[in-house]
Design a protein around this ligand. Structure first.
Ligand code: NDP
Length: 244
C-alpha cells in the first residue's frame, strides 16, 4: 500500500509565543513543520528546541514584510518539499503608539497593517501555488476578537473599549482576506479560516493574558488538521464562532 506522505506546514512568526506552540502541536501530530522567522538565530534556536523534542522541524528565513524574503521562502519550500499542506499566518505585531481613532499614531497604524494584514496577504499569495499541490490545503489566519466589527461595537463584549485603531483594523482586514479567499478557493480544496487564540500571555501584549499557550494554539491547530468536513470562511475562538 502506498505510504501516506507526511503533511508539511509553514508557521510564520514561529520562533516564539503562540507560533512556536502551534509548530510544536503540529509536529506532535506527525506534521513536518517549517519555522518561519525573520531572525536567523531566533529561528534556528526554535528549530533546535523542537528537534530536542524529537519533532520534524526546519528553519525557513521569512520576514513577511519583505517581498524578496517571501519570494525566497516560497522557492525554498518548492525546492525541498514541492508542496505545502498547511499555512498558518501567525506573524504579528502590536505597537505602543497605537491608540484610539481620534489620536492613534498613523505611522503605527501603517506598520501594523503592513505586518498583520499585508504580510499575511503577501505570504498567502506566494504560497498559493504550493498549497494548490496539496489534496487538503489549509490556511489559518491568526486574527483577534479585537478585529471583530461587531465586537468593537458591542458594549457587553469583554473587549469593548479596547480602541487600538491600527491593530484592530489590521485584524479586521485579515478577516476580510479570510472571507474573500475562502470563497475564491471554495472549489479548489483549500479551506481558509480565521482563529482567535484568546487573551494569551506573550511579548505581544506585554505578557498579560490568561489563556495558556497550549490552549491558544489548539484552536488554529484544530482548523489546520481537519481533513474532512473542515469549515471554510469562518472565525473560530475557544467558544466556537466569533462574530465578524
Ligand atoms: P509574539 O510577540 O510572542 O510573537 C509574534 C511573532 O511574530 C514573533 O515570532 C515575531 O518575531 C513574529 N513577527 C513579527 N513581525 C514579523 C515579520 N515582519 N516577519 C516575520 N515574523 C514576524 O506574539 P503572539 O504569539 O501573542 O502573537 C501571535 C499571533 O497571535 C499574532 O498574529 C497576534 O496578533 C495574534 N494574537 C495574539 C493574542 C494574544 O493575546 N497574545 C490575541 C489575539 C491574537 P520576532 O521574535 O522576530 O519579533
Amino acid at each position: 500500500m502506498e505510504q501516506r506522505k507526511k503533511r508539511v506546514a509553514l508557521v510564520t512568526g514561529a520562533n516564539k509565543g503562540i507560533g512556536l506552540e502551534i509548530a510544536r502541536q503540529l509536529g506532535r501530530a506527525e506534521v513536518t513543520v517549517l519555522i518561519g522567522a525573520r531572525d536567523n538565530d531566533r529561528g534556528r534556536a526554535a528549530v533546535d528546541r523542537l528537534r530536542q523534542e524529537d519533532l520534524d522541524a526546519w528553519f525557513v528565513p521569512l520576514d513577511v514584510t519583505d517581498e524578496t524574503s517571501v519570494r525566497n521562502a516560497a522557492a525554498c519550500i518548492a525546492a525541498d518539499h514541492e508542496r505545502l499542506d498547511i499555512l498558518i499566518n501567525n506573524a504579528g505585531v502590536s505597537d505602543a503608539n497605537d491608540g484610539p481613532p481620534s489620536t492613534g499614531s498613523i505611522a503605527s497604524a501603517r506598520r501594523l497593517i503592513e505586518t498583520n494584514f499585508l504580510g499575511a496577504l503577501a505570504v498567502t499569495q506566494a504560497m498559493l501555488p504550493l498549497l494548490l499541490q496539496s489534496s487538503n490545503g489549509r490556511i489559518v489566519n491568526m486574527s483577534s476578537t479585537l478585529g471583530s466589527l461587531t465586537g468593537n461595537g458591542d458594549a457587553s463584549s469583554e473587549f469593548y473599549g479596547v480602541r487600538l485603531i491600527g491593530y484592530n483594523a489590521s485584524k479586521a482586514a485579515l478577516n476580510m482576506l479570510t472571507v474573500q479567499l475562502a470563497e475564491e478557493l471554495r472549489d479548489r480544496g483549500i479551506t481558509v479560516n480565521s482563529a482567535c487564540p484568546g487573551y494569551v500571555r506573550t511579548d505581544l501584549n506585554g505578557n498579560r493574558g490568561y489563556v495558556s499557550l497550549p490552549e491558544a494554539a489548539a484552536i488554529p491547530v484544530r482548523l489546520a488538521l481537519l481533513r474532512r468536513d473542515a469549515p471554510t470562511g469562518t472565525f473560530l475562538g475557544a467558544e466556537g464562532h466569533v462574530a465578524w
